[in-house]
Design a protein around this ligand. Structure first.
Ligand code: SF4
Length: 229
């Protein structure tokens, strides 16, 4: 049993952002526990069932994050819990990113960046355009869409998702494409997957209208995706 000022937390750690437009930024991560999805290649399987970790007061979390310029609230699926009290408890100048799958909508004005990762093809799920359009409307200028690409079908479904959002997608929204690390492998194989992804995007003129970034997962390159990194 917990009240609205507590959250089920899987782990907290200080590391560098490994994904998206803020890659490399030193960041305090708060990983909440539990997710309604079960993506085939989920890289945080230890944070899905909502029974791991500990129920933690938001003031305790805010104290841990105190003085650190950037905080990421991630999961699991952070929007499966009410994170508003946590966001409100953080230092007023903190840059707050929320990493979400784009299946649950929440409008939290204090959040500086919604990093929304719609699931396609190889994940076993389809994007939810109704939810994504709400983020497009509410988080204009505070939004990036991040897609994990495991194969050619994933890339095609990603493009279809973006085209369905059409004019409702703010034109300056960064579209981040990253290889699915499990299938990409490590070392030279990962570099090859990254190169192939970049070349596929560059060769297809349908991508030119979008602000695309083909990026690796930095934490995967450095630490192999270990927990707490
Ligand atoms: S939405 Fe994220 S945390 Fe949930 S199963 Fe998919 S990859 Fe894992």
């Amino acid at each position: 049993m917990r009240d609205s000022s507590t959250l089920r937390v899987n782990e907290t750690f200080f590391s560098v952002q490994g994904e998206g437009t803020l890659t490399g930024a030193a960041t305090f991560f708060i990983r909440l526990d539990g997710c309604p999805l079960r993506c085939a290649w989920c890289d945080t399987p230890y944070a899905l069932d909502g029974t791991a970790g500990a129920v933690t007061d938001v003031e305790t979390l805010a104290a841990q994050a105190h003085g650190i310029p950037r905080v990421v609230i991630t999961g699991g699926e952070p929007l499966a819990q009410d994170i508003r009290p946590l966001v409100a408890a953080l230092d007023s100048g903190t840059h707050v990113t929320v990493e979400t799958s784009g299946t649950i909508f929440a409008d939290i004005p204090r959040v500086a960046l919604f990093s929304v990762s719609p699931k396609v093809g190889s994940s076993g799920y389809k994007p939810k355009p109704v939810v994504l359009k709400k983020f497009c409307a509410a988080a204009k200028g505070r939004l990036q869409l991040k897609f994990v690409i495991g194969d050619a079908r994933d890339l095609e479904e990603t493009l279809a998702c973006l085209l369905e959002l059409d004019s409702e997608l703010p034109h300056d929204t960064p579209i981040v494409l990253q290889p699915e690390s499990g299938s990409a492998g490590t070392g030279a194989a990962y570099h090859e997957a990254l190169r192939k992804l970049a070349e596929s995007v560059l060769a297809d003129s349908r991508w030119r209208r979008f602000d695309v970034r083909v990026l690796p997962q930095l934490h995967y390159l450095m630490w192999g995706g270990a927990a707490g990194r």
